[in-house]
Write a protein of this length. Sequence first.
Length: 320
Amino acid sequence: MLRRKRVLAAKIETAIGTAEVLAAGDAAMNIYNPIIQAGIPMEARQGQGGFGMFSSVPGGRVGTATFRTYLEWDGTATEPAWADTFLPACGWVKSGQVFTPRTEAPGTNVKTLTIGVYQDNGDGSTIFKSIIGAMGTAAINLPTGRPGFIDWTFTGCWQPPTAVTMIAPTYPTPLPLRFAGGLAEWNDVNLCIESAVINLGNTVIMRECPTKVSGYISAWITDRVPTITLNPEASTIAAQDRWAAWIAQTEQAIELDVAGPVGVVSNAVLSFDAPKASILNNQEGERNGIVTDDLELQCNKNGATHDQELSITFTEKADA
C-alpha cells in the first residue's frame, strides 16, 4: 500500500453527528499527510484460576484525523475551501472576510464535520476510513521566508471502514502564501523572527450517549486558550522591555501579516491579530550566534468583549 495514494474529503454536517455523503467536490483541497486513527479502549477481562485472559471488550469508538494544509489563497474575496470547511469546526465563524472564535455549541454558526480518507489498498481497491461529528483544533505555522501551513487535529466518532471507489477531485491551483513581505509586530515594535506558531488552543471532548453505536454523539469544544510562540531577536530594555512586560502582565496588540499571492502587487494580505496579548514565558535563546527572546504569548479577552482574543482576516487585492 502506498502512503501517498490517499485522498481526504470533509463536509460540514447538516445534523450534528449525522454522517454526510462525501463526494469529489468535498475533497477539492490540497491536503498533506492525511490519516485517520482509531482510538478504542479495550476493557480487559481476567480469567479465573490462573493467568489466562478472556477476550477484551471494545469501549467507546473515537477517531482522530490529522493532516496539513498550506496557506493557499488567490487573493480574491472568496476564501479558500480549507478555511470555510475546517475553521467553523474549530469554533471559528466568518463575518465578511474575518474569522473569529465563538463561545457557543455547534449549530447555526459553529459546525461539526464528516471527515473521510480514501486509502489505496494496493490491489486496485480502496478502503474508506471516516469520523463523524468531528471538531478540532489547529496550529498555524509561519516560518519566515517559507510557505505558511496549518496542522489540523480533529476528533470525532469513529466509523467502521468500508470498501469504496477512489474519488478524483479537481484540486485548487493557488500557490501557498510565504511569510515574507508582510508584518510582525508586538506593541508596534518590529519583530525579526525565524518563525511563529499560533495555537488555537481548543479543548475538545466527546459527548457520551448510549443511544449511539460509537457511544458518543459528537465532539464538542468546551474551552480555548490561544497562544503564540515566536523567537524575535533580543531587544534592548529601551526599545522594548519584555521582562517588565512579562512580570507586569502588560497586554499589547500583536499582528502577524502574510503577504498576498505571488505576482499580486496590490494590498492582498492574510492577517493574524490578537488585540490583548501578554507574555507567558520569556527565555533567552540563540539563532546563528544572535541572541533571541523565545516568547510565548497568551491571547487574552479583549476587555469586556467576548470572542475577540484572536482573528484571521483575508484582505482581498485592490483589483479583485
